[in-house]
Design a protein around this ligand. Sequence first.
Ligand SMILES: Cc1cc2nc3c(=O)[nH]c(=O)nc-3n(C[C@H](O)[C@H](O)[C@H](O)COP(=O)(O)OP(=O)(O)OC[C@H]3O[C@@H](n4cnc5c(N)ncnc54)[C@H](O)[C@@H]3O)c2cc1C
Length: 390
Amino acid sequence: MDFILSEQQSMFRDSVAAFARKELAAGALARAHAAEFPREVAQKMAQAGLLGITLPEADGGAGGTLMDAVLAIEQVAMFCPRSADVIQEGNFGAIRVLGKFANADQKKRFLSPLLRGEEVIAVAMTEPDAGSATTDLATTAVPDGKGFRVSGTKVFPNPHADQYLVYVRYGPGVRGIGSVIIRRGAPGFTVGTTSKFMSDAEWASLYFDNVYVPPEDVLLPAGGFKQQISGFNAERIGNAARSLAYGRYCYNLARDYAMTRKQFGRPLCDFQGLQWKFADMKIQLDAAQLLLYRAATNGDRGFPAADETTIAKLYCNKAGFEITNEALQCMGGLGYTRETLVEYCFRRSRGWMIAGGSLEMLRNRLAESIFERRFSQRPPRVALGDTTVS
Ligand SMILES: Cc1cc2nc3c(=O)[nH]c(=O)nc-3n(C[C@H](O)[C@H](O)[C@H](O)COP(=O)(O)OP(=O)(O)OC[C@H]3O[C@@H](n4cnc5c(N)ncnc54)[C@H](O)[C@@H]3O)c2cc1C
């Protein structure tokens, strides 16, 4: 497998780096500590053609590849880690689900404003009693005329989004699950009190009380769960790319610091205790990079990339967290302050080991692939009047 970038990819990478240096480097610290999603960055990126990189030109995208979107995350994060979120939201996850499954009218109403950087979308999937067990979700969509009435509670999404891609239950079982799009402000839809993750990013519970969803806002009817979840493969590549990019950002900063900061009359990089940390960080960065590029490249070639994506996310999430942690250590007290973005990258990286498929659930997935069978996570069924486990 050849991971030397093509001339076109190199040119794209360099142009994104130039954009990020000019438009995003100044203000990176303030942006990281601001609660709100950086909408002004989304508009700049829309103008620079960095939203919808992988979507067809006919839909307002750039007709590029997953690798291009990964390169964009890497280059943007190098200058402004927080702005990599905008590349993530504008290219992976919900936006790709819309690109793939929305009809022409839905694309015009929901996808286009996202690609113009005017609106933000969030996924409303997790519920108080349905986290890793996503298919236990209880938010119902009950027929009402040609549309549906949605009732239920979601937790953890961005409370400031304009649109929510809401996972709903039209009927029992996995086959009863699909999704609708609900706009902020819809009658019966309330965003709860804003709270914060460890990263300082905000989240809130969403309450749907008999919210009317017209038929034209149904994205996937019953039976759509698998299609929807397939969008997660791409989401995971973006998530993995951000973890790795944050690791690289901190590694670069700590490396510069170790070459200039002196203690005991010598630069820190003279001390073997730190040299070995950097050697280990470099190995993790390279290994993670290879796994990520393999997943993105094979995803672009249309091969089934589920295992490769799972492995890439798992490894990049761990590497990102461990490298940001070690880089912080190498920078001593300064690394722990809010004067640099190392502590920010550390806090953010921690969350990605839970979000978008926790490390444990990814391992479960991989085990099923290794042993070529499904391992139900549900309690064993016991026949009535019998103690035999079926
Ligand atoms: C930063 C961040 C952003 C998020 N953003 C969103 C969002 O935008 N929209 C949204 O809908 N949700 C969002 N989430 C929620 C996220 O999807 C869930 O936190 C995740 O699915 C885990 O669910 P849970 O928190 O309920 O943990 P639980 O499912 O209760 O799991 C608790 C722990 O047990 C482990 N575990 C559970 N089952 C098993 C098993 N069978 N085998 C082994 N281990 C298991 C889990 O891995 C975890 O470590 C976000 C979460 C975070 C941290």
